[in-house]
Write a protein that binds this ligand. Structure first.
Ligand SMILES: O=P(O)(O)OC[C@H]1O[C@](O)(CO)[C@@H](O)[C@@H]1O
Length: 433
C-alpha cells in the first residue's frame, strides 16, 4: 500500500502538455464542430421531415454551440444554466459552490475548473441547447456516429453471437473459461470510444478478440481471475449491475457477458445503467439501448437475431438511467447524493463499472500516485463490491503495482504519459468490501 494516503488534487485542463489540456484545447472544439457541421448538413432534411421551426431550432443550437466554442477557446468563465428543470438548478448550485471555492466567477473556466467538472458541464450544456428548442428536444446530436459505430462492428458482433449460441448448445462448455473470455472482450470493447477519437470511427478493438492472451500483459492491474471466481461461484440468486459506457460494440460485449451469466443461472438478473441524455459522444441512452437491440433482432445472421430477440424480451435484463450518472459529481458523492442507489449497489452481487469516465469518477479524477491504494482512491465506493473494467484514456489511475510500473518505465520516458491515455493499456480491478 502506498504510504502517501493524502487526497490528491483534481486533474485540470490548464497544465500545458497534459492530456486534459489537449482535450480542452483541441478535442472538445473538434467534437462540437462536428455537431455543428452535422446540423448544417441536416438542416434541409429537418425542414422537410419536421417543419420550418425545426430548421430554426437547428440554427439556434448551432449558434449556442458556436458561442460556447468561442468561450471555451478564449477561456471565459462557465455560464449558468437556464433553470428550466431540477437538473440544471442543481448544476447551477454546483457552479456556485465551485466559484466560492476557487475565489470568483472568473476562476471557473473551461481550462481552470476541475477537468471532470468542465467536461461534464460541456455535455450538460449541449443538452440544455437541445432541450431549449421547440421541435428538437429529443434530438440526439451523436446518434449518427453511434449508429455508424454499430455498423462498423458488425463482424465482431456476429462472431461473438455465434460463440454465445455455440456455448449454449455445448454441454462441455468450460464456464470459467467462457467468463474469462467474455470479461476480456468487454474490457477491450472499451477501446471503441467515439469521444476519444473525437467522433471519428475508432480503430476497432474487434481484431483483439482473437488474440486476447497476447494482450493480457497490457492489463496493468489484473484481477480478472478473482472476478471470474466471484461471478462463477458467489453471485447466484443475486443482482449484477453494469454501469455502462459506450453504445454499439461495447454495449454488445457487456450484454454478452451478462447473457452468459444469466443463462447459466450464475446471477439472478442484470440491471444496465445508462444515461438519460447524450453524453460523452458515445455513451448509451435508452434510445441507443433499444436501437441496438432492435438492430440485432433485425440482423440477417441467425445467431445475431436470436440474441437480439432474446435480449428484447429477457425478463432478467432491465435498463435504467438515473440522473446521478449525468451530474458533475464524482462517485465519492454517490452515497450522499443518491443514497438509495448506493445502498442498492452495496447489497448487490457486483457492480461492473465500464470504461474510462466511470473510472475517472470512481477515483474522483485526481492526480494520484499510481500505486495509491484503490480503496483509498475510491473513498466510500470501497463499500460497494465492484469490478472496474477500463482502458486508460485519462491521466488518472490507482492501485498499480511496482511490477507493472516497471513495465511502463521500461517502455516510456518518465515524462511520456501517453500510456495513460492511448487506450493501449487497461485495468481490471476488483473491489470486494
Ligand atoms: O468512453 P470512455 O471509456 O468513458 O472514455 C471517455 C473518456 O475519453 C475521453 O474523451 C478521453 O479524454 C475522456 O474525456 C473520457 O474520460
Amino acid at each position: 500500500m502506498s504510504s502517501q494516503l493524502k487526497i490528491a488534487p483534481p486533474l485540470v485542463g490548464n497544465i500545458r502538455g497534459s492530456f486534459a489540456y489537449t482535450t480542452v484545447k483541441d478535442r472538445w472544439p473538434k467534437i462540437v464542430t462536428k455537431v455543428v457541421d452535422q446540423l448544417h448538413r441536416k438542416y434541409h432534411d429537418l425542414v422537410k421531415e419536421v417543419n420550418e421551426q425545426a430548421g430554426k431550432d437547428a440554427t439556434y443550437i448551432i449558434s449556442k454551440i458556436s458561442e460556447m466554442r468561442y468561450r471555451m477557446e478564449t477561456n471565459k468563465p462557465l455560464l449558468d444554466f437556464e433553470p428550466t428543470d431540477s437538473h440544471f438548478v442543481e448544476l447551477n448550485a454546483e457552479l456556485k459552490k465551485l466559484r466560492a471555492e476557487y475565489g470568483g466567477d472568473e476562476k471557473v473556466t473551461f481550462y481552470d475548473a476541475p477537468w471532470l467538472f468542465s467536461e461534464c458541464y460541456l455535455y450538460a450544456k449541449l443538452h440544455e441547447f437541445v432541450l431549449a428548442t421547440e421541435t428538437l428536444k429529443t434530438y440526439d446530436i451523436f446518434a449518427e456516429e453511434k449508429k455508424k459505430a454499430y455498423d462498423d462492428s458488425l463482424a465482431q458482433i456476429t462472431a461473438i453471437s455465434v460463440e454465445l449460441v455455440d456455448w449454449e448448445a455445448d454441454p462441455q462448455t468450460d464456464v470459467k473459461a467462457a467468463i474469462l473470455r467474455l470479461i476480456q472482450v468487454a474490457l477491450w470493447g472499451n477501446k471503441c470510444d467515439l469521444s476519444l477519437s473525437c467522433g471519428d470511427p475508432h480503430q476497432m478493438a474487434g481484431n483483439m478478440f482473437n488474440q486476447l492472451d497476447s494482450f493480457r500483459h497490457t492489463i496493468l492491474a489484473d484481477d480478472i481471475d478473482a472476478a471470474v471466481e466471484h461471478l462463477a461461484t458467489k453471485c447466484a440468486g443475486r443482482t449484477l449491475h453494469v454501469v455502462l459506457d459506450n453504445s454499439a460494440l461495447e454495449l454488445f460485449t457487456d450484454m454478452a457477458l451478462a447473457e452468459f451469466l444469466v443463462a447459466r443461472g450464475l446471477v439472478k438478473d442484470v440491471v444496465f445503467h445508462g444515461k438519460s441524455y447524450p453524453w460523452f459522444v458515445s455513451d448509451v441512452t435508452a434510445n441507443d439501448y433499444n436501437w441496438v437491440l432492435q438492430s440485432l433482432a433485425d440482423n440477417e445472421n441467425q445467431a445475431v437475431s436470436t440474441i437480439g430477440k432474446r435480449w428484447q424480451r429477457r425478463p432478467e435484463f432491465s435498463f435504467r438511467h438515473a440522473d446521478f450518472w449525468t451530474t458533475t459529481h464524482s462517485y465519492w458523492d454517490l452515497k450522499s447524493k443518491a443514497p438509495m442507489l448506493f445502498d442498492e449497489l452495496k447489497s448487490s452481487a457486483l457492480t461492473i463499472f465500464k470504461g474510462d469516465l466511470n473510472y475517472r469518477k470512481l477515483v474522483a479524477d485526481r492526480d494520484w500516485p499510481y500505486d495509491i491504494d484503490l480503496k483509498f482512491a475510491v473513498q466510500s465506493m470501497s463499500e460497494i463490491p465492484f469490478f472496474a473494467l477500463r482502458t486508460l484514456k485519462a491521466e488518472t489511475v490507482a492501485g498499480i503495482s511496482q511490477k507493472s510500473l516497471d513495465v511502463i518505465k521500461a517502455k516510456y520516458e518518465s515524462t511520456d504519459k501517453s500510456w495513460m491515455f492511448s487506450s493501449d493499456w487497461a485495468v481490471a480491478q476488483l473491489n470486494l468490501p
